[in-house]
Design a protein around this ligand. Structure first.
Ligand code: DP6
Length: 359
């Protein structure tokens, strides 16, 4: 077995696995950009297969944290532009110190289970896994229960991960996760409202365009306020959230699907009407969505789309309809790769100490 430890002599090494999530009600626009405090409540479905695995260990004699991408220290690629992660880890360390000592620079190795630029937010699972791995390495906790015994709850982890990337706060807990804005940054919180076994939905991610997006989400959040549609969007979101929650509670996919398509379309309409007009997708995505809607109207397909800040739609459907949907897509769009996912659970932490010399 290939070692995924940062080095073979790792001590206190731990491994965090954090899921990605797909937003059904989008976090789009910030009330405070420096704190990633959102303008509105958002809600996501945790994914089961798309995740980030991050290992961390304390390393003596290193001035700065070392971050590399890969599954093994032998083949890992050092992160070049990692200033944001370095800064985040230093901020995180001061937070962790309120629970006990958190000394030493960290040796970190991280890997996504999914290809980059495929319509899955890597920053969500990435910052959630980085947070959990770093906290595990500094505290010596071997699992989530040991963290809890130290006073560090999933609510702490989620609030910390949010500072790295907003959507990461929805990648600590699993199932259907609501991120509540609260009346101040201190009051915001994210947590499971329906577990993954409440409702298993399939998510087919259709890879229409694999190139990296030209406008980052962070930049998109800032631009959104210049759209004349933003005020209208903000005024209707709490009503939409109420309906989405009811649809999930009653497991009504047609109702949920209709709501999430309106939600995604509205988010993109806001971007297209911002002063710096921002189109996250082009004709191929529009054609695909038209095809989906036509087939659905004809009673041939039961699937609904959502779109994050990119060109690759996520199609939600019942698990028993995946094979038919996949077949229809392949027949009509043979060039598009499909990633299949489904509702999943939350982040995990495990110790690698015992395994460090045996593998
Ligand atoms: C469209 O969490 O990536 O995926 O907080 O600036 O890192 P930062 O932004 P990010 O924004 C995600 C935007 C979205 C919608 C969502 O996930 O809710």
């Amino acid at each position: 077995m290939v070692s995924i430890l940062p080095t073979s002599s790792a001590t206190g090494a731990c491994r965090a696995t954090a899921p990605s999530n797909i937003a059904l009600i989008k976090y789009w626009g910030k009330s405070d950009a420096s704190l990633n405090w959102p303008a509105n409540d958002s809600l996501s479905m945790t994914l089961s297969r798309a995740h980030t695995v991050t290992t961390a260990k304390k390393s003596q004699g290193m001035a700065a944290h070392r971050i590399a991408f890969g599954t093994s220290s032998d083949t890992a690629i050092p992160a070049r532009d990692n200033g944001k992660a370095q800064q985040y880890l230093e901020w995180l360390r001061t937070e962790v110190r309120t629970f006990g000592p958190a000394e030493g620079a960290l040796d970190i190795l991280t890997n996504n289970s999914f290809p980059s630029s495929c319509g899955i937010a890597s920053s969500a699972s990435g910052f959630a896994a980085l947070t959990l791995a770093a906290v595990g390495a500094w505290t010596g906790a071997k699992n989530m229960d040991q963290l809890k015994a130290l006073g560090i709850s999933t609510a702490h982890l989620s609030a910390w991960a949010r500072r790295g990337s907003g959507s990461a706060c929805r990648s600590i807990d699993g199932g259907f996760v609501r991120w509540t804005r609260g009346n101040s940054p201190e009051q915001q919180s994210a947590g499971t409202i329906f577990c993954d076994d409440h409702w298993q939905l399939a998510d087919l991610i259709v890879m229409i365009d694999r190139s990296a997006k030209k406008v980052s989400s962070t930049e998109g959040h800032a631009r959104t306020w210049t759209s004349p549609l933003m005020k209208m969007r903000m005024s209707g979101l709490s009503e939409r959230m109420k309906h989405v929650l009811e649809a999930i509670e009653s497991r009504d996919l047609e109702r949920l699907g209709t709501l999430i398509e309106t939600e995604a379309t509205e988010m993109h309409a806001v971007m297209m009407t911002a002063i710096q007009r921002t189109d996250y997708f082009g004709t191929p995505t529009i054609n695909f969505i038209s095809w989906l809607r036509n087939r659905r109207a004809a009673g041939n397909i039961e699937a609904w789309f959502t779109l994050d800040a990119g060109a690759n739609p996520h199609l939600l459907c019942h698990p028993q309809h995946v094979a038919h949907l996949r077949e229809q897509i392949i027949k009509n769009f043979p060039d598009y790769k499909i990633l299949e996912d489904q509702t999943g659970g939350g982040a995990k932490l495990e110790s690698l100490e015992e395994k460090s010399d045996g593998h």
